[in-house]
Design a protein around this ligand. Sequence first.
Ligand code: PAF
Length: 281
Amino acid sequence: MKIVRTIAELRAQLRGQLRTAFVPTMGNLHEGHLSLMRLAARHGDPVVASIFVNRLQFAPHEDFDKYPRTFQEDCDKLERENVYVLFAPDERELYPEPQEFRVRPPADLGDILEGEFRPGFFSGVCTVVLKLFNCVGPMAAVFGRKDYQQLMIVRRMTQQFALPCEIIAAPTIRENDGLAMSSRNRYLTPTERAEAPRLHRVLREVESRVAGGIADIATIEADATAALVAAGWQPDYVAVRRRSDLKPPSAADLTAAEPLVTLAAARLGATRLIDNLEIER
Ligand code: PAF
């Protein structure tokens, strides 16, 4: 695997490659990320990964400085996945001057759910993803369903800017007890780690109540939130939304079998976890 630090080197390395499949990451790679690399290999060749902890998507009080950085271990893992190029720029390379031009997702998609609790987050994500796409020039790029809203926003951005890149959605990879894999899981204490799968269990309960035909979504969301609070969590939201646009379902949507998803974000101690589940009904 070639480790490339500059945009010029990256472009030279990928010159003439028309079928590149790209996986952007912030590093601290786990099995979930590696599954994205494998999926990328089914959608293009060569596979290019990036590692860049993107300051633009962190609020000042968030964990940018303590975000786990495990570069050598990450390289070893990517090498084993036959990644062709790892693009790992530093901040001066990707943001040589303040990044004043930004991509701002529409408020009805970017300022709800995660965007409500992390203002500016999706603008930071879109800006870096667009820039990385311009550097890599991928034919396909893989994003995990674990970050459901991010996937949807990146997909819309790609469509609206007519970027010549197919966005591939990868399934969420879970630990045996149901906890969705995330780089932030490593912040959990052993007691919190034992408690953490509750988030997935609560979403499954939401799914089974909605799938069972209970139409009172507000009560289902409130019960799920209360179950987390009772177990010591601080939930930001537990929501049932339409898969198509993440808007709350209307009464007609519920009877018309509109595809739905349930999404949650909650803090356990100092760690904020997110998860989601597409509702099968
Ligand atoms: O999902 C992530 O790891 C990040 O948001 C991404 C897409 C790499 C952009 O920094």
